[in-house]
Design a protein around this ligand. Structure first.
Ligand code: R5P
Length: 262
């Protein structure tokens, strides 16, 4: 890995802890005005001081994030589908590497849909993006998207993560599952977890805690932060789990105390 690639990755996965709290706010790329993200600028701004990297689309980056921020950006560069259609797996690449570089991103991200009708296209999208990323020193995050028919279990998620690594992704985002340690052990690149649907805060903190204990390098969490009634308290509690090895009780106490101090 060359210097630029390593440097960009180290802006996301912090070298002092080897971990990261990424804030995922890219949901609108196929869901439109997702609950909690109707006004992205308003949602993102108070969370930025507690965020290691921001995952979003170029449209939201340009319109809703002040360029004076030095927040590392993980730019979603796949899309072309909407929630109105059945085939959410039929994604293409939506942003050129040239524009990603112009936007000064720390990494690019795309979804792969293993086991779906468009498996091959999405895997070749990954391989091609890695080829371009290698040329310019831009790391690639593969997001293991799960189709409606797929079980989010250890066998399937291990398959997705390992394929992402084999095709050259530099880090991978997946879901937490039972026996998650097996997903991590069989994947030679860093693994971060998505939060998934909104859970009660304590449950979301437990999800993050379990993932970290079983080898994840962090979270790329969206709804469980920005759909909380107290997103700033929630992201601080998640940070305590990820960077300080806080227990679920400690993190939840922190959530409660930040929440009531506001
Ligand atoms: C999904 O396709 C998006 O990439 C989201 O960023 C991802 O699902 C993480 O967000 P959440 O924690 O809300 O699941």
């Amino acid at each position: 890995m060359d210097w630029g690639m390593k440097n960009r990755l180290s802006r996301i996965i912090k070298p002092d802890t080897g971990r990261t709290v990424m804030l995922a706010v890219d949901h609108g790329y196929f869901l439109g005005p997702t609950s909690g993200l109707e006004n992205p600028r308003k949602t993102i701004a108070p969370l930025l001081p507690h965020t290691d990297a921001l995952m979003l689309t170029r449209g939201v980056l340009r319109t809703s994030v002040d360029p004076n921020n030095d927040i590392p950006v993980v730019l979603r560069v796949s899309g072309g589908t909407s929630i109105l259609k059945e085939n959410l797996d039929n994604e293409g690449i939506t942003v050129s590497m040239k524009d990603a570089i112009r936007l000064n991103v720390a990494a690019v991200a795309l979804s792969i849909f293993v086991g779906s009708d468009h498996e091959k296209e999405t895997l070749l999208n990954l391989a091609n993006l890695v080829n371009e990323g290698e040329e310019y020193g831009i790391p690639v995050l593969a997001v293991t998207a799960v189709g409606k028919k797929m079980a989010r279990d250890v066998r399937y998620l291990s398959l997705c993560c390992r394929i992402a690594a084999e095709l050259g992704a530099h880090f991978v985002k997946t879901y937490y599952c039972d026996e998650f340690e097996k997903v991590v052990e069989s994947c030679p690149i860093p693994v971060v977890i998505a939060g998934g649907k909104k859970l009660p805060e304590r449950e979301a903190l437990k999800l993050a805690f379990d993932a970290i204990q079983k080898g994840a390098v962090g979270v790329d969490m969206g709804r469980n932060i920005f759909q909380s009634d107290h997103p700033v308290a929630m992201i601080q509690a998640v940070r305590a789990v990820v960077h300080e090895n806080a227990s679920v009780d400690q993190a939840y106490d922190l959530f409660e105390s930040v929440k009531s101090s506001k």
